[in-house]
Design a protein around this ligand. Structure first.
Ligand code: FES
Length: 154
């Protein structure tokens, strides 16, 4: 179950809305932050906390791509390979990340350091290619720049 701090955080979100369903997506995000991914246990915690049917919680969680449904590495790389990024070499960069760090798209490196997800546009087309590492935004990517950036994430 969530600890008292997390329950308070979710409650503060819940009271902002007339319908508790409106707090579902941010609550799932909090659960993912707390558990690292949305396991069956995490989904049940959200359902109980918001007093919503478990099927409704699972349905929302499975609909959105920003929720993880299996354990992830310590750092999540979300690389955009949509049109602007693709034109500027994002697919080559995805291959580079896979080779250099041993992590395939949708997977996690054996050492648990990185998970890699290929994303649709993240709104940085003007400075493509772009990626998120956890919640940090990085753009104008090259292989050298990716190496420098990922060095900081252990
Ligand atoms: S296409 Fe990659 S940020 Fe828009």
């Amino acid at each position: 179950m969530f600890n008292e701090t997390v329950l308070k955080e979710i409650d503060e979100i819940r009271v902002k809305y007339p319908d508790r369903k409106s707090a579902l997506l941010p609550s799932l995000y909090i659960a993912q932050r707390e558990f690292g991914w949305l396991s069956q246990e995490a989904l049940l915690c959200v359902a109980k906390t918001l007093n919503l049917p478990e099927t409704e919680v699972r349905g929302a969680a499975s609909f959105y791509s920003m929720y993880r449904h299996k354990p992830a590495g310590r750092n999540l790389i979300q690389l955009c390979t949509n049109v602007s990024c693709m034109v500027l070499g994002a697919e080559r960069l995805a291959d580079f990340i896979s080779r250099k760090y041993g992590v395939q798209p949708g997977g996690t490196s054996q050492d648990g350091r990185f998970s890699l997800v290929i994303m649709e546009c993240i709104g940085a087309c003007g400075t493509a290619p772009a990626m998120l590492v956890n919640t940090d935004f990085h753009d104008s990517l090259t292989e050298k720049r990716i190496e420098e950036i990922l060095e900081k994430y252990k």
